[in-house]
Write a protein that binds this ligand. Structure first.
Ligand code: ADP
Ligand code: MG
Length: 369
């Protein structure tokens, strides 16, 4: 079936131009715009456009086109990589969402802020435990701004000779803003970890100083995002270069509700079941919830069965509560599990019944004992 959508002629011309020039960043930007034009009147087409961009997001290089990215002169390995915009949504708590929005709108309204003397460096530092969505957030910022995201490969930059390190840093910091891209220093603690490596302290200091100089020398409009699992390892001097901060923690109860609903039930879960799983998954990260969910869905598909929430609940309990340990299904004691769910994880009876296969009556007896 063919559906007509309206495309501004400017965009159509730019799209043709960009395609013929193998300028895939622009192809993606314009196509994204087309997808939003179509979202209202032809949501199906909008979805298909997005799918097409997504499908072709990563293998651009495989298609024979390679943008000449800066490389280390000795090892010839790339110093940066373009990271495709994410397809997975990001779930953030209120505070982080606020910083995210304020960062994005500050970039978008840069000129207005500048005119009123309120501009500043657009540098954002994210810190927090692994698997909480920092890398994902960087992708979402890039996509919200319609800019390519270049991940700096800190290993390639530093493993080279000292003189080359400075050169490498400079070439990255020259290249990315020229492409109107975002510099993303992911796993930024790698720099600080050099301290324990064979590298000398003096050498580390020089690397850090070169980085600081490079950040300072950037145009105020340039965007630098850094992410680290160990913010305490970062130099104070680096710290100060980042006026915007996002400190990630493990997801709270509300966030875990969203994560389960999305990853396990593709947004159509039953509220009681979701709430039960959210309560049990204390201390789990978004990445943990994603991996348990995907594996449960795979098992369900292969065996042509429904998702086994009881199995998932037990897995979460094991992860969240050390004292809780079940060897095998033989030793599985439903009564203990129900009591634990009620007393330790504060599930009400309705919540327990959605995930544990037992009758209302039996459950009442268990809980009274
Ligand atoms: N807050 C979140 N919202 C949505 N997905 C998340 C979230 N946290 C983690 N994930 C999932 O876990 C994956 C790993 O997260 P990632 O961004 O790499 O974490 P980090 O960079 O903090 O180690 C993501 O790609 C996403 O699928
Ligand atoms: Mg990461």
């Amino acid at each position: 079936m063919s559906i007509d959508i309206t495309i501004p002629s400017q965009d159509l011309l730019r799209l043709i131009d960009a395609s013929l020039n193998a300028d895939y960043t622009s192809v993606r930007q314009i196509s994204n715009r087309l997808a939003s034009y179509a979202a209202g009147s032809a949501p199906e087409i909008s979805k298909r456009i997005k799918l097409a961009i997504r499908r072709n997001g990563v293998p651009l290089r495989a298609s024979g086109y390679s943008e000449s990215l800066p490389t280390d002169p000795k090892s010839r390995s790339a110093l940066i990589e373009e990271q495709a915009w994410p397809v997975c949504p990001i779930f953030l708590n209120e505070g982080l969402k606020k910083t995210f929005d304020s960062f994005v709108s500050s970039v978008k309204n840069y000129d207005l802020l500048l005119k009123n003397g309120l501009s500043g460096k657009m540098n954002l530092l994210m810190s927090g435990p692994p698997g909480t969505g920092k890398t994902l957030v960087a992708g979402h910022i890039a996509s919200a701004l319609g800019m390519p995201l270049y991940v700096v490969r800190l290993d390639s930059i530093i493993s080279s000779l000292l003189g080359d390190t400075a050169k490498n840093i400079r070439s990255v910091f020259d290249f990315v803003p020229e492409k109107n891209g975002i510099i993303f220093l992911d796993e930024f603690d790698a720099i600080a970890k050099l301290r324990n490596d064979q590298h000398e302290l003096g050498e580390l200091k020089r690397v850090v100083n070169t980085l600081i100089q490079a950040i300072d020398a950037l145009d105020d409009r340039a965007i630098v995002i850094a992410a680290t699992n160990h913010s305490e390892l970062l130099d104070r001097a680096i710290w100060r270069r980042f006026p915007y901060r996002m400190d990630f923690g493990k997801p709270d109860l509300e966030l875990r509700n969203h994560l389960w609903n999305y990853f396990l039930f593709q947004d159509s879960g039953d509220a009681t079941t979701i709430s039960a799983l959210a309560k049990i998954s204390i201390d789990m990260t978004g990445a943990d919830i994603e991996s348990i969910s995907l594996s449960a869905r795979r098992i369900a598909i292969i065996n042509d069965k429904r998702i086994d929430t009881q199995e998932i609940a037990i897995e979460c309990m094991k992860a969240s509560y050390n004292e809780f340990y079940i060897n095998d299904s033989e030793a599985f004691n439903k009564k203990d599990i129900c009591k634990l769910l009620n007393q330790k994880f504060l599930l009400n009876q309705a919540e327990i019944l959605t995930i544990i296969k037992t009758s209302r009556q039996t459950l009442s007896t268990y809980l009274k004992e």
